[in-house]
Design a protein around this ligand. Structure first.
Ligand SMILES: Nc1nc2c(ncn2[C@@H]2O[C@H](COP(=O)(O)OP(=O)(O)OP(=O)(O)O)[C@@H](O)[C@H]2O)c(=O)[nH]1
Length: 444
């Protein structure tokens, strides 16, 4: 696992704990190693000091074989703390006196000892030996004794120390050291966890909040109890930034919704009269035709073309023509029933889709409208105008072939009205065969 991939909290823990633990382990190890060496050195020093003192003191007893003197010496030695056994050898390697039971003693090695030394060591026992040296008197050339010769070993002393008390003391020291090291590491770990939590958790909360915002979530806030002034400030800053983003997003969304609605409205409405435009008309007609085929619903499509509208434009101007178009749009709108639709599909052309009506209903409504337009007096700058409305309509029912058929039929009916007199309403009648009577004009 790579350190860079660890969470910040774990990295902080590692950064604090790892060096402290290594330092404590190194210090404890060094202390224990040096302590062990010093203990061993002290044991050796003491053992050597005892045998070095004991060897010369035993010289007389070994040479003379004075048992009383030797016993006294051995008794005094075993009185010393930690001395478990004392053995005295004579020149030939035979034991001449001993106290206690020696565990490590190897008699074969004792005769090779030429100076005080540690002879053996096992568990808590250490064996030390030293030669008992004596200086023989040498007879010179003239036969006169009294010249000192080279010291020779006349025996050996062996002292065995029991260091279990010292070892126990050392064990206690060792355990205390290790315990202390453990406590220090534990305390450091607790502090490190606290520090990591204080820093790592708030940062993790911030990271989580940033991810949620990036994923499109809004209204994201983090609790601002970080436990540290800087982090608390960071969290408060984040919260106010998140609030700003959220409110900017809401404002922007509202504007987009508004603009979308406006565009959708504009796409389907005529800006002059606010009536549905040609596109809306085509959709409404598609629906009406589909409903008629499916449910056998009856309806009608009426094409309305104003008569003499151009005169207004030409006489008092385009603005007057616009105003008149608005007046007529209102007039048509007012006469419609709930569910009917009126659209402006061209310059002075309107279309009505009447729902749930028979041919007679459609004729009555269309004729009424013709009458109302004819009765309208439009005044502009003191001048009065009259216009008319020519309406051709076609019935929409289950027998209708297509939308185009209906359009063609209504358009044709309107054309016939225009051609044959204007100002009235007529239902589409298929052209009579060659030489037949006039088309179905229904006079108002
Ligand atoms: N003021 C105004 N005039 C328009 C608008 N759109 C088209 N027109 C005009 O409306 C007139 C329509 O032409 P016509 O249908 O031939 O005029 P008309 O006098 O009604 O003719 P007939 O139908 O034969 O009686 C044209 O002069 C167009 O310029 C508009 O939005 N505002």
């Amino acid at each position: 696992m790579k350190v860079a991939r660890l969470a910040l909290r774990h990295r902080l823990l590692l950064t604090v704990l790892l060096p402290v633990s290594l330092l404590i382990a190194a210090m404890a190890g060094l202390f224990l190693h040096r302590g062990e060496r010093m203990t061993q050195d002290a044991i050796v020093e003491r053992g050597l000091a005892i045998v070095s003192f004991f060897a010369p003191a035993a010289e007389y007893g070994v040479i003379s074989g004075n048992a009383g003197n030797l016993n006294e010496l051995l008794g005094a030695l075993t009185e010393l703390s930690g001395v478990a056994a004392v053995v005295l050898y004579e020149r030939g390697g035979e034991v001449i006196a001993s106290r206690g039971s020696a565990r490590l003693l190897d008699p074969a090695r004792i005769k090779a000892v030429r100076e005080p030394m540690r002879l053996a060591q096992r568990d808590s026992y250490n064996g030390f030996a030293a030669p008992v040296m004596s200086v023989p008197l040498v007879v010179d050339e003239v036969g006169d004794p009294g010249v000192a010769g080279t010291p020779v070993p006349v025996g050996w002393v062996y002292v065995e120390l029991d260091t279990s008390a010292l070892d126990a003391e050392w064990r206690t020291t060792m355990l205390s050291t290790l315990g202390l090291a453990f406590v220090i590491v534990l305390l450091t770990a607790l502090l490190a966890v606290r520090l990591a939590n204080q820093v790592g958790r708030p940062v993790a909360r911030l990271v989580d909040a940033v991810r949620r915002i990036a994923a499109g979530e809004r209204d994201v806030q983090v609790s601002d109890h970080a436990g540290s002034e800087e982090l608390e400030e960071l969290q408060q800053g984040f919260n106010s930034m998140a609030r700003s983003i959220d409110s900017a997003h809401k404002i922007m969304q509202a504007r987009i919704d508004e603009a979308t609605a406006r565009l959708a409205y504009q796409a389907m409405h005529d800006p002059l009269t606010s009536l549905p435009n040609r596109r809306a008309f085509e959709q409404a007609l598609d629906e009406m035709v589909a409903t008629s085929r499916r449910a056998g619903d009856h309806g009608a499509l009426c094409f309305i073309d104003l008569d003499n509208f151009k005169t207004v434009n030409d006489t008092v101007g385009h603005a007057a023509g616009d105003a008149l178009l608005r007046v007529i749009a209102d007039l048509i709108r007012q006469r419609l029933r709930v569910g009917d639709t009126v659209c402006r599909i061209g310059g002075d052309e309107f279309a009505m889709i009447l729902r749930g009506c028979t041919s007679a209903d459609a004729y009555r409504i269309a004729s009424g409208l013709c009458e109302a337009v004819r009765d309208l007096r439009f005044t502009w700058e003191g001048q009065a105008f009259r216009v008319g409305a020519s309406i051709g309509f076609a019935i929409i029912d289950a027998s209708v072939g297509s939308v185009a058929d209906v359009l063609r039929a209504a358009d044709h009916a309107c054309y016939v009205v225009k051609r044959e007199g204007r100002g009235y309403a007529m239902e589409y009648q298929p052209e009579p065969p060659e030489g037949g009577g006039p088309s179905g004009r229904v006079p108002v």
